[in-house]
Design a protein around this ligand. Structure first.
Ligand code: NAP
Length: 296
């Protein structure tokens, strides 16, 4: 079997184009432009790159982006003051504090301070709590986990009643994606570093979400034939033929897995492009919430 390739680039482009159209409509019909504030603390090159790509996506979609670049030695109180100012600014709909923050800052306190209606990353404990509860919905779904679900839906993979195995239980990917899958009526198993026999769980899985951070750890022989495989991992694999000396690979061994799976995401070009697309969607949603409040 050769798996269907789930094209994250194309699906992300579709999401972005839908957001762009809605932003244009909002400008015309409501005379309102959504705004996203990005807060970057310090000069970590990876964080700067992430923030820049989020700002570029905003520009492309007609969303106003306001960048705060704060010194790495900013005090907790001063950073909290920035968040409070942004919470009170009616032109700002989404607040994105780029993680990780410097060690002297209490990350949880900063995330808790973001107004829940502007929490476009979806990491506020109230949002996560609602995600976990039956019959409740979060205001915002965390971007990467939401991207995984959209990829499954767009590929036509049935979630209801499926056996799903999520490998990884981090707050930003594994745990929320597992909660989303169970909300959609999948039977979910969460595996992690203490799981005794990962392959045994994987062999029963109709859906596999790999969010581990270990180069090509899941191989084709561990999968159930026909399974849908969403590879969240981004790992650097040494490659002397590549310009940088490495290439990006996932947590799944694409070559062997694509011989067994029914559908699979590549790395790069799978989950990666979805994260920013879903952030743009959340920012639009935040603007819709703000408008509804103004009118109501
Ligand atoms: P993380 O916080 O390091 O969590 C990794 C998880 O994998 C943990 O729950 C850990 O278990 C589990 N794990 C580690 N070794 C394992 C093993 N041998 N067998 C089974 N489980 C194992 O990582 P993360 O932030 O969730 O990120 C995971 C990967 O996704 C990384 O490669 C990251 O770069 C990538 N990522 C991609 C995007 C995107 O936009 N595409 C976004 C976020 C992250 P324990 O809990 O027991 O330690």
């Amino acid at each position: 079997m050769t798996a269907q390739i789930i094209d994250g680039k194309a699906i992300a482009a579709k999401v972005r184009s839908e957001v762009k159209q809605s932003v244009e409509r909002m400008k015309v019909e409501d005379n309102y432009t959504p705004g996203l504030a990005t807060v970057l603390v310090g000069e970590d090159p990876a964080s700067s790159t992430y923030v820049r790509s989020k700002q570029r996506a905003c520009e492309e979609l007609g969303i106003r982006s306001i960048g705060y670049e704060l010194p790495g030695d900013i005090s907790q109180a001063d950073l909290l003051a920035v968040v409070t100012e942004l919470n009170n600014d009616p032109q700002i709909n989404g607040i994105l504090v780029q993680l990780p923050l410097p060690k002297h800052i209490d990350e949880e306190a900063i995330l808790n301070a973001i107004s829940i209606e502007k929490d476009v990353d979806g990491f506020h404990p109230v949002n996560i709590g609602r995600l976990a509860m039956k019959g409740r919905d979060p205001l915002f779904i965390p971007c990467t986990p939401h991207g995984c679900i959209v990829l499954l839906d767009e590929a036509g993979v049935p979630i209801k009643g499926a056996e799903a195995v999520v490998v990884g239980r981090s707050n930003i990917v594994g745990l929320p994606v597992a909660m989303l899958l169970q909300k959609r009526d999948a039977t979910v198993t969460i595996c992690h570093s203490r799981t005794k026999d990962l392959a045994e769980h994987l062999r029963n899985a109709d859906i596999v979400i790999a969010a581990i951070g270990r180069t090509e750890m899941i191989t084709g022989d561990m999968l159930k034939p026909g399974a849908a495989v969403i590879d969240v991992g981004i790992n650097q694999k040494p490659d002397p033929t590549a310009k940088r000396g490495y290439r990006l690979v996932g947590d799944v061994d694409y070559e062997s897995a694509s011989e067994v799976a029914g559908a699979i995401t590549p790395v790069p070009g799978g989950v990666g492009p979805m994260t920013i697309a879903m952030l743009m969607k959340n920012t639009l949603r935040a603007a819709e919430i703000a408008l509804a409040k103004q009118e109501g």
